[in-house]
Design a protein around this ligand. Structure first.
Ligand code: FAD
Length: 431
């Protein structure tokens, strides 16, 4: 008999709770990863995230081979079909994995659990990608918080009540099955090719955390942690990150990590916000949705340099600084009156750190329609934002080579007129 450990968004060997639990079980562990065709079929063939997952898995396979003569069996297909195959090929006792909270994942896991239980195979999942999940930080009456600050306060109160554990697996990995011929797939077997875009390394140094508050708003400095893709794919565990934030006593940095969990519990409790405004009246907004204007936004040719620099950074690197994400989001929804869902979908296609809960939550925040969102009448001014955050224009010049020449486009809208238009359109929808 074997227990399967199913890797998903937790691509690391150490401090991985599900893996730790599997390794402490009675049976040898068969590590498995499934390239889910339902997800992959929707992606461009050179998707950078697929390359990152693929390369990370190859590294983990090598590590396991060196540590204990084991590996990771990789498959491609619909997870249910793959489990039908695995349960034919191996005598499976239990499938062990970590919680995944996205609506698609919840549906998938329910289906797999049903299939396995018909075969008397157990399906166990553990909390690994958050400190607190859906129902652990709630109001006194058990309902979810809709406002960030009280959520954050309660989160910290709860945190004091517990101690942070690290789940070391080093001495347990020998419990993986010894097998040198586990199925493996190349990128081309998956129908993909290697992307030229790389996931940046993260910076969790004491100096980054200590100076976070001072530096975090200046896109040219680029001195935030870049943890987001690593938290997304689990190449680094959240427990270690929080431990560091606490050691450096930086509340601002810590609070950002709590925003991530805030949005995760919102999406869990309100899965319909994936496509619908949390504040229902905002779905009455009559968006202009002009395709040509959307194209200008996407290609970074709006004539507003900070907006354009951000979009070009995103297109080239799969990354955009948070300060600029807020500005380009606001510009799309307010200045161009293009539906936030269009922007959300474009970010989902491009961002290395794309995370449904954070992306939807933040897009609804910029559009004004989400929980605890900025009031709709607060409209970012794309010119004064430069004064504040890119005064000497190092970021703009880095991403717009033709900046300051005749070939750089004129502003596609007049700020004052666009602002008035946004205010009256929003007002009409909300009245
Ligand atoms: P740091 O500033 O170093 O922060 C550390 C960590 O805190 C981040 O890695 C992230 O996990 C968390 N965090 C910080 N800010 C936020 C926030 N506003 N919301 C939720 N978590 C936060 N973040 C994503 O991870 N995935 C997304 O798909 C995503 N889409 C966004 C869309 C828009 C329109 C906006 C305005 C923001 C979005 N963010 C998203 C949030 C934020 O921009 C990124 O988390 C941050 O820029 C990542 O860089 P960093 O890791 O260097 O962050």
């Amino acid at each position: 008999k074997v227990n399967i450990f199913w890797f998903r968004r937790d691509l690391r060997l150490d401090d991985n709770l599900g893996l730790y639990k599997a390794l402490n079980g009675t049976f040898p562990v068969l590590p498995v990863f499934i390239f889910d065709s339902e997800i992959l079929d929707q992606l461009p063939k050179d998707d950078a995230r697929v390359t990152f997952i693929f390369e990370t898995l190859q590294k983990l396979r090598e590590d396991l081979q060196n540590i204990c003569g084991s590996s990771i069996a990789t498959y491609h297909g619909k997870p249910l079909e793959v489990f039908k195959q695995i349960t034919k090929d191996f005598p499976v006792q239990n499938v062990i994995t970590n919680h995944d909270y996205e609506p698609y994942a919840l549906k998938r896991d329910k289906e797999i659990k049903g299939f396995l239980s018909d075969k008397d195979i157990g399906f166990y999942t553990f909390k690994d990608q958050v400190i607190f999940e859906k129902d652990e930080v709630v109001k006194e009456d058990g309902t979810p918080y809709l406002v960030y600050t009280p959520y954050m306060k309660k989160w910290k109160e709860r945190f004091k009540e517990q101690s942070l554990k690290v789940y070391e697996t080093k001495d347990l990995l020998k419990n993986c099955i010894e097998h040198s011929r586990l199925p493996n797939l190349s990128l081309s077997d998956l129908g993909f090719e290697k992307s030229t875009i790389k996931v940046p390394d993260y910076d969790l140094s004491a100096s980054m955390i200590r100076n976070y508050e001072k530096n975090r708003n200046f896109p040219a400095q680029d001195e935030t942690s870049r943890l987001s893709p690593h938290l997304r794919f689990g190449t680094l565990g959240i427990r270690q990150v929080v431990e560091k934030a606490i050691a450096e006593k930086n509340e601002t940095f810590w609070n950002e990590l709590i925003w991530r969990e805030f949005f995760m519990q919102i999406l869990y409790h309100f899965p319909e916000t994936q496509t619908k405004a949390f504040k229902k009246k905002y779905d009455h907004i009559v968006w202009r949705n002009n395709e040509d204007e959307f194209e200008k936004w996407k290609t970074g040719t709006t004539g507003f340099p900070l907006v354009d620099a951000g979009m070009r950074q995103l297109n080239k690197t799969g990354w955009m600084h948070n300060r600029v994400r807020m500005l380009v989001g606001s510009f799309l929804c307010k200045h161009l009156l293009i539906d936030w869902r269009w922007g959300e979908a474009y970010f989902a296609e491009k961002l290395l750190d794309y995370e449904m809960a954070s992306n939807v939550g933040n897009w609804q925040w910029v559009a004004g329609c989400g929980v605890d969102a900025a009031p709709y009448f607060r409209i970012f001014n794309p010119t004064t934002q430069i004064e504040k955050f890119d005064k000497e224009k190092p970021y703009i010049k880095k991403w717009i080579s033709e900046y300051g020449t005749d070939t750089y486009p004129h502003e596609m809208v007049n700020h004052k007129i666009a602002r008035e238009r946004a205010l009256s359109t929003y007002k009409k929808a909300l009245s």
